[in-house]
Each structure stands twice: as C-alpha cells, then as structure tokens.
Design a binder for this molecule. Structure first.
Ligand SMILES: Nc1ncnc2c1ncn2[C@@H]1O[C@H](COP(=O)(O)OP(=O)(O)OP(=O)(O)O)[C@@H](O)[C@H]1O
Ligand SMILES: [Mg+2]
Length: 258
C-alpha cells in the first residue's frame, strides 16, 4: 500500500479544501496550539461527521491529548478555529462546551472513590438534566456486572475505567472526546472495554474522537483514522483496517520503514 498517497504531502499542514465534507459535526481548522512558547499542534485540520468514530493515533508526544484539550476548551489555540454544529466555539469556555454536549473522557478515567456505580450514573443523568435512577441492568460494560452498589474506590483499574466510560455515556453527550480509555489495562480487559465503548457509541449514534495507543484494537472499531505526527495530520484513512499491518503503521508513525 502506498501510504504517501493518503495525503497531499506528508509533512505539510492539511488545508481545509483538501478534504471537503458536507456539514460535519465537528471541524478543527488549521489549529496551532501548545503550552507557553511550545507549539505542539502546528496546523491541524480534521472533521468528524455525525455518528462517526474517528481514531486519532500517533507516537507519544505527537499532540493527541493536546488536540482533545483544544476541542474540550482546556487550551485556547494560538491560531485556527474549532467549529461544532456549525458554530464557532473557539473562544467558548469549557463549561459551555460541556453543556452543549461535548464530553471529555480524560486519560485514567476519573471517578469518585466514595460513590457507587448507581451514584455515578445518577450524576451523569442529572448532568443531562433528566434525573432519576438508572437501572444498572442497562449498563453495557461487563466489568461492572454485579457492581452496582460498590464504591468506586474499591474498583480495579479496568472497573474504574469502565465506570468512567459508563458515566460519561449516561450524560447523553452529543460528542465524545475519549483519551485512551484503555490506558494501563491488561490486553484482554482493554479489548473488552474498547469494544463495549464502541458498541455503546454506535447504538446511540454517538460520534467519538478517539485517541488510543492500542491501535490494533481501535482501528477495526473506527470509521476513519487520523495519524498525528509532530503536531500535524500526517495521514488519514477511511479504511482504518489498512493501517493494521506493522510496516505501514511504523512508516506512518515514525516516517520510516519497520
Ligand atoms: N501541560 C503541559 N505543559 C507543557 N508541555 C506539555 C504539557 N502537556 C503536554 N506537553 C507537551 O506537549 C507535547 C504533546 O503532548 P500530548 O500530551 O498532546 O501528546 P500525546 O500525543 O497525547 O502523547 P501520549 O501518547 O504520550 O499521551 C509533548 O511534547 C508534551 O511533553
Ligand atoms: Mg496523550
């Protein structure tokens, strides 16, 4: 496969006109962002259509989490725009984005140690302004089976991350930004969590911008994949399975053969 054809030029910033799309749900346009004087994102452009699951992959330090922070509103871009549902939200504070349905699943899966699974889901539902108790029977996560009344502080890493995912789904978001929901989990637990999260998102028609190190697990679950390298979209594909072979991935990720 000739990966060089995926993008007009592997090392140049992607211009919006390179990938015209009809009314995307989310559009990140030529975003430059970083920390202090350090520019991490150097002109990132990408779109996400309604209901689409887009995997964002790339080496450590490529800027994946920084991209999610820009969309969540935790970092203000030095240049470029973020458009959500046709509205320019570049300068909108994080809480307004959250109210608008942009949910951010942070790396490590934050939960409240003293609260039970039921409490978490109730909080999520309250955030969605629907209130009421959620039957734990509707929870799709096998790791949480029979754990409805246990305090999250007693959970294993896998159970904690499943709970963080379940909680965020219970807020009924319009867009999910997921930062490595499988981080730190054993392979089997990670694969189960990712498959469940993808299935639950599909069932809800929930679009997901999904940063993930476990590329072999996430690529088959995604509609599209974007590869970040040195703060740029270095490649993009509508056939994420094509990136599953190690040589292609090493070339894309590090700019060299495996
Ligand atoms: N709070 C911060 N202050 C300063 N520099 C930061 C901060 N967070 C990240 N960086 C730097 O920005 C660059 C990109 O970081 P980012 O967290 O976006 O990478 P990543 O692609 O998510 O990597 P990983 O796969 O390791 O999570 C790195 O060089 C990192 O050291
Ligand atoms: Mg990261």
């Amino acid at each position: 496969m000739n990966v060089m054809n995926e993008r007009p030029a592997l090392n140049s910033p992607i211009q919006p006109e390179d990938f015209p799309e009809r009314s995307p749900l989310l559009r990140v346009e030529n975003v430059h962002a970083g920390y202090g004087k350090k520019e991490v994102l150097q002109g990132v452009t990408l779109s996400l259509a309604p209901g689409e699951i887009v995997a964002v992959i790339g080496a450590n330090g490529a800027g994946k989490s920084t991209l999610l922070k820009v969309v969540a509103g935790l970092i203000k871009p030095a240049a470029g725009r973020v458009i959500f549902r046709g509205e320019d939200i570049t300068n909108l504070p994080t809480y307004r984005r959250a109210r608008g349905g942009i949910a951010y699943l942070i790396q490590g899966g934050a939960v409240f140690p003293s609260l039970s699974v039921g409490d978490h889901l109730e909080l999520g539902r309250a955030a969605a302004r629907r209130g009421g108790r959620v039957s734990c029977g509707v929870l799709p996560f096998p790791a949480l089976e029979d754990r409805a009344s246990s305090a999250a502080g007693l959970f294993s890493g896998g159970q904690r991350q499943a709970l963080a995912s379940a909680t965020i789904l219970s807020t009924e978001p319009a867009l999910l930004l997921a930062d490595e929901p499988s981080a730190g989990l054993a392979p089997a637990a990670a694969a189960e969590l990712l498959a469940t999260l993808a299935a639950a998102s599909r069932e809800r028609g929930l679009p997901v911008l999904w940063v993930e190190q476990r590329v072999a697990d996430v690529l088959p679950l995604a509609d599209r994949a974007v590869l970040l390298r040195s703060g740029l979209v270095a490649a993009e594909t509508s056939s994420p399975g094509d990136w599953l072979d190690g040589e292609t991935l090493a070339h894309l990720t590090f700019g060299r053969g495996a």
